[in-house]
Design a protein around this ligand. Structure first.
Ligand SMILES: Nc1ncnc2c1ncn2[C@@H]1O[C@H](COP(=O)(O)OP(=O)(O)O)[C@@H](O)[C@H]1O
Ligand SMILES: [Mg+2]
Length: 270
């Protein structure tokens, strides 16, 4: 289980560039739950993922993963428990190495050196079988340089690599945003297969309202560094993209009201 309690992150505090990226986020994700995260630009979605992975250190609050308090762990130590996939299909793999070499590396990642030496690693046939299950025909291309594959193919392989050692948590940050619609659809199918097939605890950020309603068992909406909606169960299943757009509109309207109220106050008191 991932248990985030009251995390706060402010960039450039006390300067004119101060950004309060996370303003007290609580989020508990049960084992095997697939949580989709949406939110306006700059609402703190990536910072939340960075706080969990350790690439951003929080100012306040605690983060527990699989019963361990990882709040102060360095990023590389957390990497043993966490798989990540980013937006850029070129960031997750080593372009000059073959598909098979990338997969073999991914299998060893996060293992301590002694463990690495003694680990019983999958044979080439077993790796090929994993690739075959992606349903993309890449099992015949284990010796191809991964850099020569398309963005969608690379992103699907990056997903496989991130989940190969069955992480305690999988973090996906708009991992289809840079792909054309067909490739995005293919990567989403692979995502759903791997996450649900492996019952992986997952936090997936997306900009796509369609993905937000059709994937996962829970939806979290962020705005200005806070969780403003948390929808699961039957309500999640009933959600349509229009419902989400309505909620965003409601937030925007409320902010405009707050803004004009603030202006009125200023006019009254200054
Ligand atoms: N490393 C950083 N340094 C300064 N400001 C940052 C940094 N990372 C994020 N921010 C700011 O924090 C806010 C939240 O950013 P982010 O979490 O990337 O939003 P999202 O992923 O929801 O679009 C934004 O205003 C962004 O500009
Ligand atoms: Mg982001």
């Amino acid at each position: 289980m991932l248990d985030i309690r009251g995390i706060v992150k402010t960039f450039h505090p006390g300067t004119e560039n101060e950004v309060r990226a996370l303003q007290g986020v609580d989020l508990r994700v049960e084992d095997g739950s697939f949580v989709v995260v949406i939110g306006t630009n700059g609402s703190g979605k990536s910072t939340l993922q960075n706080a969990v992975s350790g690439s951003a250190v929080v100012d306040e609050g605690t983060i527990l993963l699989a019963g361990r308090d990882i709040t102060r762990w360095p990023e590389h130590r957390r990497a043993a428990l966490i798989g990540r996939v980013f937006q850029n299909p070129f960031s997750g793999t080593a372009p000059g190495m073959s598909v098979g070499e990338n997969l073999a590396l991914a299998e060893r990642r996060g293992l301590r050196r002694t463990l690495r030496r003694n680990a019983s690693l999958r044979s080439r046939d077993a790796l090929a079988e994993r690739v075959r299950r992606l349903g993309m025909g890449l099992e015949d291309r284990l010796d191809t340089e991964i850099g020569s594959l398309s963005g969608g193919q690379r992103q699907a392989l990056t997903l496989l690599m991130a989940t190969m050692r069955r992480p305690e948590l999988l973090l996906l940050d708009e991992h289809t945003a840079a792909l054309d619609p067909r490739a995005a659809e293919m990567v989403i199918r692979v995502t759903d297969d791997l996450v649900r097939g492996g019952k992986l605890t997952t936090l997936m950020v997306t900009h796509s309202m369609q993905q937000a309603v059709s994937l996962g068992d829970r939806l979290v909406m962020m705005h200005r560094g806070r969780v403003v909606a948390d929808i699961s169960g039957a309500e999640k299943q009933r959600l349509r993209p229009g419902d989400l757009l309505d909620r965003f509109d409601a937030i925007r309207r409320r902010e405009q009201i707050d803004l004009s109220a603030a202006e009125m106050l200023r006019e009254t008191y200054i």
